[in-house]
Design a protein around this ligand. Structure first.
Ligand code: PLP
Length: 388
C-alpha cells in the first residue's frame, strides 16, 4: 500500500542531499573537532560551515549559534540558563499555556527551585495578546518565552510585538521556533529576540541535533558542563555528522522555503476547504491566516480522534491526534483545551501536517477516504446518539 505521510510537524524524512553530506563524517572524516591535528581540524571546519548556514537561515551572526541535541535541550537551556544567570535580578518567568512540554515542564521544574511562573492564556484561535504580556511583567521578571508557531495549531504569534515589549522592560525574550524554522522566514533581528530554539529533524535534517541562538552579550548559564566545547556554552564532543546535516538542511531550507511554502499553502487550503465542505460539524482550529503553511487542525463533533487516526492508518494515511509526544496519552491536548474547547471536542481532533513530499493526489486521497470514515464512526458512536 502506498503510504501517505501527513505528520511533518512530528518529524520529517532526511533530505537525500542532507544524508549524503553527513555520510563521510561517520567514517573517513571521524576526527574529534577539538583535536589540533588535521583530522580534528577537518571536523572543526565543517562545523563552522554548518554554523554559517544556520546563522544565515535566521539572520544571526555565526558566533551567536550554538549546537546542541535538539529543540528540547535548547528550550531547557534558554529557560534554566536564563533563570540561573539572572537570579540576582529576579525570579519571575512568563510563558504561555500552549507551549510545547519542553517549555512547560521546564517552567514547572523551575517552580520547584523557587522561581514563579505566569502562564498566559491565548484567544480562541491560539493567539497571545501582547497587552497580556505587558501586564504580566513585574520588576522581578527575568525571561519571557513565547513560541513562534504552535506545533498543534500552526498559529503564528506576533513575536516582534511581544519581543519589543520585553526589550523595553529590560527582560530577556526567548522564542521556541522549532516548528517555524525552515518553514517560514525567520530573522532574529526583525523579531528582536534574544534567544531562539530550532531543531534539525523538523526541516529534513537528522534527529537529535539542533541549535540555540544566543544574542551576543546575553547572560545565560550553561546547563551541561564539561570540556568547554561550543565556547563554553555547551560542553560535550559535537555531533559532527548531525551538525553537518543540520547545516545542509538549513542551506536547502533557505533556498526552497518560499516556493515550498506557497505550494504547501495551496494544498493546505484545499484540504481545509474540502473537509469543511464535505463533513458536517467539522471546525478548523487555530488562526485561519496567521498559520503555518503546512498545518491543518480540525475538530469533528461526535467522533474520537484516535478512532479516525487508526481508520486512516488502515488506508495508509498517517496523521496525528495532537502532538506526537502525547499521542500515546488519552488526555485531551492541553493546547486545544487552552482555546476554551470542551474536552469532548478536543478528543475529536486531527492534525494533518504537510511537507515537501506531499502531493495533490495525497490530499485528494484524504478527501476521498476521510468522509466515509467519519460517517461510519459517527453511526457507531454513542456520542452521536447522545447529541443528536
Ligand atoms: N518545541 C516544539 C514547538 C516542538 O514541536 C518540538 C518537537 O515536537 C520540540 C520543541 C522538541 O524538539 P526536539 O524533538 O528536537 O527535542
Amino acid at each position: 500500500m502506498n503510504r501517505i505521510y501527513l505528520d511533518y510537524a512530528a518529524t520529517t524524512p532526511v533530505h537525500p542531499e542532507v544524508a549524503e553530506a553527513m555520510l563521510p563524517y561517520f567514517s573517513e572524516s571521524f576526527g574529534n573537532p577539538s583535536a589540533i591535528y588535521s583530522y580534528g581540524q577537518e571536523a572543526g571546519s565543517v562545523i563552522e560551515k554548518a554554523r554559517a548556514n544556520v546563522a544565515a537561515l535566521i539572520g544571526a551572526r555565526e558566533d551567536e549559534i550554538f549546537f546542541l541535541s535538539g529543540g528540547t535541550e535548547a528550550d531547557n537551556m534558554a529557560l534554566i540558563g536564563a533563570a540561573y544567570a539572572n537570579e540576582d535580578k529576579g525570579n519571575h518567568i512568563i510563558t504561555t499555556s500552549i507551549e510545547h512540554h519542553a517549555i512547560l515542564d521546564t517552567a514547572k521544574f523551575l517552580e520547584t527551585k523557587g522561581f514563579t511562573v505566569t502562564r498566559l492564556n491565548v484567544d480562541d484561535q491560539g493567539l497571545v495578546k501582547p497587552s497580556d504580556v505587558q501586564q504580566a511583567i513585574t520588576d522581578k521578571t527575568i525571561i519571557i518565552s513565547v513560541m513562534t508557531a504552535n506545533n498543534e495549531l500552526g498559529t503564528i504569534q506576533p513575536i516582534a510585538k511581544i519581543a519589543a515589549i520585553a526589550r523595553k522592560a529590560g527582560v530577556l525574550f526567548h522564542t521556541d521556533a522549532v516548528q517555524a524554522a525552515g518553514r517560514i522566514p525567520i530573522d532574529v533581528n526583525e523579531m528582536g529576540v534574544d534567544l531562539l530554539s530550532l531543531s534539525a529533524h523538523k526541516f529534513y535534517g537528522p534527529k537529535g541535533v539542533g541549535a540555540i541562538y544566543i544574542r551576543k552579550g546575553t547572560r545565560l548559564s550553561p546547563i551541561i558542563h564539561g570540556g568547554g566545547q561550543e565556547r563554553g556554552r555547551r560542553s560535550g564532543t559535537q555531533n559532527v555528522a548531525g551538525i553537518v546535516g543540520l547545516g545542509r538542511a538549513a542551506e536547502l531550507a533557505k533556498k526552497e522555503m518560499a516556493a515550498e511554502a506557497e505550494r504547501q499553502e495551496a494544498l493546505r487550503d484545499k484540504l481545509i476547504g474540502g473537509i469543511l465542505d464535505t463533513i458536517d460539524h467539522s471546525y478548523l482550529n487555530g488562526h485561519p491566516q496567521e498559520r503555518l503553511p503546512n498545518n491543518v487542525n480540525i475538530s469533528f463533533d461526535y467522533v474520537e480522534g484516535e478512532s479516525m487516526c487508526l481508520n486512516l492508518d488502515l488506508k495508509g494515511i498517517c496523521v496525528s491526534t495532537g502532538s506526537a509526544c502525547s499521542s500515546s496519552s488519552t488526555e485531551p491536548s492541553h493546547v486545544l483545551l487552552a482555546l476554551g474547547m470542551p474536552p469532548q471536542q478536543a478528543h475529536g481532533s486531527l492534525r494533518f501536517t504537510l511537507g515537501r513530499l506531499t502531493t495533490e493526489e495525497d490530499i485528494d486521497s484524504v478527501l476521498t477516504e476521510l468522509p466515509p470514515i467519519v460517517a461510519k464512526l459517527r453511526a457507531m458512536s454513542p456520542l452521536l446518539k447522545s447529541h443528536s
